[in-house]
Design a protein around this ligand. Sequence first.
Ligand code: SF4
Length: 212
Amino acid sequence: MKEENQQLIKRLDENNISAFYVKNSREAFEKVMSMIPEGSVVGFGDSLTLKQIGVLDALEKGNYTFLNPWKPGITVEENIKLKKRALTSDVFLTGTNALTLDGKIVNVDGHGNRVAAMLFGPNKVIIVAGVNKIVANLEEALKKIRDNTAPLNVKQHPEFEPMPPCGITGVCSDCSSPWRICNKTVIIEREYNNSKYKPIITVIIVGEELGI
Ligand code: SF4
């Protein structure tokens, strides 16, 4: 494991956030699935990383109640209902936009369901991140998200009508599009760890580039 990854795990641990390093997607898949007991209600924050490591297929086929608001054919009403149910799921799975070397988890959301579930509600939150999500500090994280992650994410959604400007130009213009995905910025700095409340977040860092 690179020194940078070791440093990140140490800082996350100091912030009461458990973190593991795995070498590749296969190990990430095994680690995630080992943390989800059969029969669990599993929520999902839309994540290319989780799709890439194969977790979604396993949850669809396995003995779980998998709350996937983006399943083909789902109506807007069902989408919202599933997002709400995910807020009290047994396990909530998601990627992240960035991890800073001082142990912060940084995310920008459009609707807010993903960041809401990361903060409070589920019994367990599992965040999977490729090494490309690691940045030096908060400033770099926010810059990377606005310059890079958000425009690329918008391009993943050809159904957005009208398309936000970055989906056409590749450059953020701080838009007011009805499909603007940069509405809610959440920085997780630490977790509670005391006699009453235990941390819920685990971060799995994968030694590969994953997601956007
Ligand atoms: S603010 Fe608008 S233009 Fe800028 S990255 Fe977000 S969606 Fe794209």
